[in-house]
Design a binder for this molecule. Structure first.
Ligand code: SF4
Ligand code: SF4
Length: 107
């Protein structure tokens, strides 16, 4: 195995310095969003309305933090420990449905 491939397959540890992370900032592992609690970053939070949702799963597909919870193939809510409040779920929810509303985090 070449040195390049060895470095690209190294696990990334939380708090790693620049000499320890893979070249180019490449993230060789999948599913790393689960390893970090980003809920404290939010200034706005998505509030999901079960009654309006048609379970098209667009929010689940586009959420960058795997924060849309799913049970039995249907949306079940938001995992606020991993939701950073980016608002993508609200943006991709069909306009005629609008099952997500972004509200200020501290009201
Ligand atoms: S606000 Fe962003 S991080 Fe939170 S659930 Fe929606 S898409 Fe995911
Ligand atoms: S994008 Fe909207 S309608 Fe589609 S599953 Fe998510 S909340 Fe439900």
């Amino acid at each position: 195995m070449s040195a390049e491939i060895k470095q690209q397959s190294m696990p990334i540890k939380a708090g790693a310095g620049w000499k320890e992370i893979p070249w180019g900032g490449v993230i060789p592992q999948g599913g790393t969003a689960r390893a970090f609690n980003v809920g404290g970053w939010r200034s706005e939070k998505p509030v999901w309305n079960r009654e309006k949702c048609i379970n098209c799963m667009m929010c689940w597909l586009y959420c960058p933090d795997m924060a849309i919870m799913v049970e039995d193939g249907k949306v079940a809510g938001v995992d606020y420990d991993h939701c950073k409040g980016c608002g993508i779920c609200s943006s991709v929810c069909p306009p005629r449905v609008k099952a997500f509303e972004m509200v200020p985090e501290h009201e």
